[in-house]
Design a protein around this ligand. Structure first.
Ligand SMILES: Nc1ncnc2c1ncn2[C@@H]1O[C@H](COP(=O)(O)OP(=O)(O)OP(=O)(O)O)[C@@H](O)[C@H]1O
Length: 380
């Protein structure tokens, strides 16, 4: 097969490409330049998308003896991933830029270009497993190493796109095994540190990044009784479940810590409450992508963060792309915000994913209807 290997400049993609070469494929390496300026991305210790990473990717391609190209996708990256990040935060939601990056760049844009150029498959260093079912369709499974599993961010790709994916590291038992293999193959990236989650946020200061791009938009912080307990510089800088960074004037009457319960961008208001009030009893999502859509109500697991624990839930889907997950009574799920991805699992197998539009706190009334549109009235 003609295989395009996506080389980030990190150890995972280098070993994945090496395995594709070993398997006898005709492999070409491509690095995507995603940074518009040298300063936009962290440089040095992080693992993908900086100028240094392009050099590391080139050296890996040289060791593997494969052709190597750099594709400039910085405009698409800025227009989709970074713009979506800002728009979503400004609207009071909590986006996952890695999901968007996989959806629009790391997999989709790369795959579209690869297919147009006559490649049969795209090989990446993602940790996830693809199973080909007897009818030829694909199932997506968690990676063998739960600590590295990336099925959460890949679920959005859906079965059609993943039909052309190759994840040679899905069965690797731990990252140490990948590093040892890289060293044995003479790949200089074998000891390169892992990358951080949000590559375009310098120093990991998300609040600072948002403030710089969105400006100051002061407003009140209120408790669930509507009493003003503090002020903020921009509601967008707060995310549901957040505790740190809440400069509240006075402690809660019961002395317990307070967390962000909801963000209301139109009223520029941040609502805070107790940890107990963060508990979620049900999630509604939309824009579902299914590998295997539930028929009726199905008992399964849902996960709302890339490395969050899956929790038991009963899930229903409707034909218009809406999803409702009622969380099991004995499961403790907290701090879910509109905009996050909810991925539905049956054991290790991904059933599908959706974008959270609304959540219901434990003990509140049932959602009125499944297909309710985007709502952010999570808490009163
Ligand atoms: N800038 C890029 N150019 C080409 N491919 C990329 C780039 N960024 C990511 N990829 C591909 O997507 C995969 C997953 O990206 P992720 O950012 O999660 O990397 P990672 O797990 O740190 O892997 P690596 O060690 O290869 O950087 C990478 O293994 C690589 O195949």
């Amino acid at each position: 097969m003609r295989v395009l290997a996506a080389l980030s400049g990190g150890v995972d993609s280098a070993v994945a490409a090496a395995r594709a070469v070993d398997a006898g494929h005709d492999v070409v390496g491509v690095h995507m330049a995603l940074s518009r300026s040298r300063d936009q991305f962290r440089t040095g210790s992080r693992g993908c998308c900086s100028i240094e990473d392009a050099g590391d990717a080139r050296r890996a391609a040289d060791v593997l003896g494969i052709p190597y190209y750099v594709w400039d996708l910085s405009e698409q990256f800025e227009e989709t991933v970074v713009a979506d990040f800002l728009t979503e935060y400004a609207a009071g939601r909590t986006p996952n830029p890695c999901v968007r990056c996989n959806e629009h760049i790391k997999f989709a844009a790369l795959l579209d270009k690869a297919v147009a150029l006559g490649f049969d498959a795209v090989c990446t260093g993602h940790y996830a497993r693809i199973e080909t079912l007897p009818d030829g369709s694909r199932a997506l499974h968690r990676a063998a190493d739960p600590a590295k599993d990336q099925s959460y961010v890949l679920a959005v790709m859906g079965p059609e796109r993943l039909a052309r994916a190759m994840f040679p590291l899905g069965d690797v038992s731990s990252k140490d095994v990948t590093r040892a293999e890289a060293a044995a193959r003479g790949l200089s990236v074998s000891t390169k540190p892992d990358s951080y989650d949000i590559c375009f946020v310098a120093d990991g200061d998300t609040q600072g990044f948002l403030r710089e791009r969105l400006g100051s938009q002061p407003g009140p912080v209120v408790d669930t009784a509507g009493e003003v307990v503090g002020t903020h510089d921009g509601a967008y800088a707060y995310t549901v479940g957040q505790r740190r960074g809440l400069a509240l004037g006075r402690p809660a009457p019961d002395g317990r810590p307070r967390y962000v319960l909801s963000v209301e961008p139109v009223r520029r208001t941040v609502v805070v409450g107790s940890a107990e009030e963060l508990r979620v009893g049900a999630i509604v999502g939309d824009e579902a992508v299914w590998f295997d859509a539930p028929v009726g109500e199905v008992a399964c697991h849902v996960q709302v963060r890339a490395h969050g624990a899956p929790v038991g839930a009963r899930v229903r889907a409707s034909a218009d792309g809406a999803v409702e997950a009622v969380i099991d009574d004995d499961a403790d799920l907290r701090g879910v915000a509109p905009g996050q991805s909810v991925v539905v699992y049956d054991g290790s197998r991904v059933l599908g994913q959706a974008t959270v539009t609304w959540t219901r706190p434990v003990g509140a009334a049932q959602p009125a209807a499944m297909a309710c549109g985007p709502r952010t009235d999570v808490h009163p």
